[in-house]
Structures are given as structure tokens and as C-alpha cells.
Design a protein around this ligand. Structure first.
Ligand SMILES: [Zn+2]
Length: 173
């Protein structure tokens, strides 16, 4: 099932909205620079903040979307919409499998963050897809109606490390 991209421009306030939420478009280079900045903090866990914000924002977006689209009812359709939303918003390609209330497996054959990191700064020694981890946690918590922070996502393989695909596992905390 496809995600329907709903964009509107609020002329009075000069704000672009996607799915009713104010949005700004950034290229992949800008986004990886944000990631590099968040990673450079020594005194706060910037990557955790990055991941948690991604979970929060994407959870809210998908929740709003599903409320507006009651035709997206079953697990298969919700996952399909979440995968298509990720692609439509320009983050890459993502595929969920073995999805259940206790967790899931996810791969990203294409990752906006990982491909750009490798192209710009070379191979990393650790995974880079913190935004995607947050996205995945947000999706699973929406589907099983759980609060923020209910799922832990770990990335085991990452394109930015030279792996063919990014590979994640989700488990309920
Ligand atoms: Zn990755």
C-alpha cells in the first residue's frame, strides 16, 4: 500500500507542511553534517538525542497519517505505508520483516545517511543510521500502540562501514 504525500503551503505564515506538520527539506549532505555535529559533542550524547528526535517526529507523523487514513488497517498495510513514507520523504529504501509486538528485523538496501557519509568522509568504523533507528522505533511503537522509548533498535551492518546493506534489529525494552 502506498503512502500518499500530502503537502500544503501556508501562504499567510510562509510555512510548508507535510501531513499537516511544518517541514523543511534538507539535502543528504546537510543531514550528514547534522549527524557529524551531533556525534562531535563530548559532553552530551548527541546521537541519542538525534535518534530520539527521529523517533518522536516520525511516530507523530505516522500516527496522524493513520488517523486520517482508516483504510490502512492491517499490519501488512501499515508496514507497507511506513516503508513507502521513508522512501517518499527521501531517506532511502527500508524493508521490515518478522514484525511483532516484541520486535522486528529491518534492512535498508539504500540509506541516504550512510551512502552520503561514505562518499563525503569515507568508511566509518561504526554504523551511522541513527535517524533510521529512530524512524524504525517510531513505526513499531505506532503499530503496537506503545509510548516513545518502548523499543531499542540496533544497527549491525551499515553501508557507511562498507557493508552491502544496513541491517537492524528491534526489540521491546
Ligand atoms: Zn546504516
Amino acid at each position: 500500500m502506498k503512502y500518499i504525500f500530502e503537502r500544503e503551503f501556508d501562504k499567510d505564515n510562509n510555512i510548508m507542511k507535510i501531513g499537516g506538520k511544518a517541514a523543511i527539506g534538507h539535502c543528504q549532505y546537510y543531514n550528514t553534517l547534522i549527524l557529524k555535529t551531533m556525534e562531535s559533542f563530548g559532553y552530551v550524547d548527541g546521537l541519542k538525542i538525534f535518534e530520539e528526535v527521529a523517533e518522536d517526529v516520525n511516530k507523530e507523523s505516522l500516527e496522524k497519517y493513520l488517523k486520517k487514513h482508516p483504510e490502512v488497517k492491517n499490519l501488512k498495510d501499515k508496514i507497507s505505508v511506513a516503508e513507502d513514507m521513508y522512501r517518499t520523504l527521501g531517506f532511502g529504501l527500508i524493508e521490515f520483516s518478522d514484525v511483532g509486538e516484541e520486535g522486528a528485523k529491518v534492512i535498508a538496501p539504500v540509506s541516504h545517511f550512510a551512502l552520503t557519509w561514505k562518499k563525503r568522509w569515507g568508511k566509518r568504523s561504526s554504523p551511522s543510521c541513527y535517524f533510521t533507528k529512530g524512524y524504525i522505533a517510531g513505526v513499531i511503537s505506532v503499530i503496537f500502540d506503545k509510548p516513545l522509548g518502548s523499543y531499542e533498535v540496533k544497527e549491525f551492518d551499515c553501508i557507511s562501514m562498507g557493508d552491502r546493506i544496513c541491517r537492524f534489529e528491534v526489540r521491546r525494552i
